[in-house]
Design a binder for this molecule. Structure first.
Ligand SMILES: C=C(O[C@@H]1C=C(C(=O)O)C=C[C@H]1O)C(=O)O
Length: 360
């Protein structure tokens, strides 16, 4: 005979009570961990990305369902966010304003118990963290359709901050209308330059005569609709919700797998987690074969490169800096060997950070 509704609810109530007890016990242990960190270090680092990545990865691997592994990991992400906030309230700066995909990425990575602080430009996020006004920052670094965010790469060249983590976010762009929008009188559409580019084909097909106006961010595009009657905006879910906008058309991005990668920046080195990446800046004397010689040690040690970008070094014309991302941690013997080889060949290397691969 199947259980009655009341009997099932009684079982749920009993489990909720156990879960509540266990979660509070977990929080007590987080408090105790914070005490250990304070005893061991006069300037303790409470946020441990390598540990959080291990916890979340283990949650996904051992999950038996019916709750989906990704959903279960997101649940524990919020539990850890609350536990970390009990150790130390966190301020996380991000490329604003409120409602940007970067804020969405910051909350996805740190959970909702952090204080998220919007800033107007990528270099302002770096400065906020360098000044100690925020513990960490989150900035966009590349998009699967439009490539790298050069301002982020260029800012690393003049910053001492480290990369402590990465976040990958599937990007869905929606065409939005404001409370005063006259659909038959639309003459312009606002969005960030990268977003306009990521929706180019859709706009060519559906709004070919509407003027495309780039603004500082998608959230800024959404904000403008509050006061304008002849405009539309392209932004994501958070911006639409934050500014109370109506979806005219969902998911208008040209590529359905459109993904943006974000970096978490901070002032700490991150120990190995077991599933890491390393980002570095490499410069060498310009000569034939410079780049191929730089890449050969990675190949010989069987280390996979995940990104390679060049940017003007700004020290001399036609002199370039290479941004290289590879799998592994800078403490791994094979990667240490590669770094020694590169330096031995006369290159200058600056490790931007070794950090856990994105788990969520
Ligand atoms: C509890 C700790 O502190 C923080 C909270 C964690 C958690 O809730 O699991 C994990 C790592 C830290 O960011 C710890 O360092 O183990």
């Amino acid at each position: 005979m199947t259980d009655s509704l009341d009997s099932l609810r009684d079982q749920i109530d009993a489990l909720d009570q156990q879960l509540q007890t266990l979660l509070n016990r977990r929080a007590e242990l987080a408090h105790a961990v914070a005490d250990v960190k304070r005893r061991e270090d006069s300037n303790p680092v409470f946020y441990r990305p390598e540990r959080e990545a291990q916890v979340l990865q283990r949650i996904k691997e051992r999950n038996q369902g019916p709750i989906d592994g990704e959903a279960m990991a997101r649940l524990f992400r919020e539990v850890m966010s609350i536990c970390l906030a009990l150790e130390q309230p966190m301020r996380v700066a991000f490329l604003g304003p409120e409602g940007t995909f970067t804020q969405q990425a910051a909350l996805k990575h740190f959970g909702h118990a952090v204080e998220s602080v919007p800033l107007g430009a990528i270099d302002e996020v770096f400065r906020e963290v360098e000044a100690g006004a925020a513990h960490y920052g989150v900035v966009p670094v590349e998009n699967s359709t439009e490539g790298m965010v050069s301002h982020t790469l260029d800012t690393f060249m003049s910053s001492s901050l480290k990369i402590c983590g990465e976040v990958e976010l599937r990007i869905h762009h929606h065409l939005l209308a404001g409370p005063h929008t006259r659909r038959d009188k639309v003459t312009r559409v606002y969005s960030h330059q990268q977003t306009l580019a990521q929706c180019r084909q859709w706009l060519d097909a559906h709004l070919p005569t509407v003027e495309r106006i780039p603004v500082s961010s998608n959230a800024e595009a959404a904000r403008r609709l509050r006061d304008e009657w002849n405009a539309l905006a392209i932004a994501g879910d958070m911006a639409a919700e934050l500014y109370g906008l109506e979806r005219v058309q969902s998911n208008i991005e040209d590529r359905p797998d459109n993904t943006t990668r974000f970096l978490v920046i901070g002032r700490q080195d991150t120990p190995p987690s077991g599933r890491d990446k390393t980002s570095m800046l490499v410069t060498g004397k310009n000569r034939p074969g410079l780049l191929s010689d730089m890449l050969l040690p990675f190949r010989e040690q069987g280390i996979n490169l995940t990104r390679l970008e060049s940017r003007p070094s700004r020290t001399a014309n036609w002199s370039y800096v290479f941004f290289i991302d590879c799998e592994g941690h800078k403490e791994d013997p094979l990667l240490k060997n590669v770094l020694e080889r590169l330096e031995g060949d006369g290159n200058t290397i600056r490790i931007l950070g070794s950090y856990p691969k994105a788990v969520l």
